[in-house]
Design a protein around this ligand. Structure first.
Ligand code: CA
Length: 222
C-alpha cells in the first residue's frame, strides 16, 4: 500500500514514516499543504494521513481540493486542535477518521489498518481462502478456519500483500502487537503453523532467504 504522510513536524513525521514502513507500506512524506496537493493531483494513494495545521496550505483546504477532484482516497486527519468544532468541520470536509495529538502509535496503526481495510472492500479471496476484513475471520471452501489471535495478525499481514515479499521484521513487529516478547524465532514457528493451516486452501508461504516471506497460490492451484 502507498500512503501519503502530510506532517510538518519533522520528528513526528520521522516516527510515523517508520511506523508505516514497519507495517509493510510505502510512505511518501510531504511537509506542507501545497506539496501534498501537488502529489495528490498527480498520483493515486491508498491512504492519506493529513495534519491540519500546515504551512502554505491548510490541511482542511488540501482535503477540500482532494474531494473536489472526486477522489475517494481514505483520509486520516491528525490534529492538535482538539475542539469539537474542528472535528465536525474535518469530518464534514470528507475526512474518514480523526486522531487528536498526542496519540499512541498503536492507536495510529489501528486506524491506518482499519481505513486500508475499508478501501480494500469487505472480503478477500485467495485460492480457496475467504477472508473478511471486517470480522477478521477466515474460511476454506466454506469451512471456518480456527485461528489464534497471533495467527490472525500474521494472516492479515500476509493477505495485505499477496505475491509480495514481507520482511521478517515486519511480521515480527506485527506479532509483537499481541505479545511484546515475540522474537525472530516466533515468526518461524507461526509461519510453519500457518503453512499447514493454509495448505488445503491451495496456498503456500515461500521463504525468501534473508528477506522475508511471500504468500501465494500454489503452482497447481493457479
Ligand atoms: Ca502541524
Amino acid at each position: 500500500m502507498i500512503i501519503l504522510l502530510v506532517e510538518d513536524d519533522a520528528s513526528l513525521q520521522r516516527g510515523l514514516l517508520r511506523a508505516l514502513e514497519d507495517m509493510g507500506h510505502q510512505a511518501v512524506p510531504a511537509s506542507d499543504g501545497e506539496h501534498a496537493d501537488t502529489l495528490l493531483s498527480a498520483e493515486p494513494f491508498d491512504l492519506v494521513v493529513l495534519d491540519l495545521g500546515l504551512p502554505k496550505l491548510d490541511g482542511l483546504e488540501v482535503l477540500r481540493r482532494l474531494r473536489n477532484r472526486r477522489k475517494s482516497t481514505p483520509v486520516l486527519v491528525l490534529s492538535a486542535r482538539d475542539r469539537t468544532q474542528d472535528r465536525v468541520h474535518g469530518l464534514n470536509s470528507g475526512a474518514d477518521d480523526y486522531l487528536n495529538k498526542p496519540f499512541d502509535l498503536s492507536e495510529f496503526e489501528a486506524r491506518v489498518r482499519a481505513l486500508l481495510r475499508r478501501g480494500q472492500g469487505a472480503q478477500t479471496r485467495v485460492g480457496m481462502l475467504d477472508w473478511s476484513w471486517e470480522s477478521r475471520q477466515a474460511s476454506i471452501a466454506g469451512e471456518p478456519l480456527v485461528l489464534s489471535a497471533k495467527e490472525i495478525s500474521l494472516l492479515e499481514t500476509l493477505l495485505q500483500q499477496v505475491d509480495r515479499v514481507i520482511s521478517k521484521e515486519t511480521l515480527s513487529h506485527r506479532l509483537g502487537d499481541v505479545d511484546m516478547a515475540a522474537g525472530d524465532n516466533t515468526v518461524e514457528v507461526y509461519i510453519h503453523r500457518m503453512r499447514r493451516k493454509l495448505a488445503s486452501a491451495g496456498l503456500e508461504i515461500i521463504t525468501v532467504r534473508g528477506v522475508g516471506y511471500l504468500l501465494r497460490e500454489t503452482a497447481d492451484a493457479r
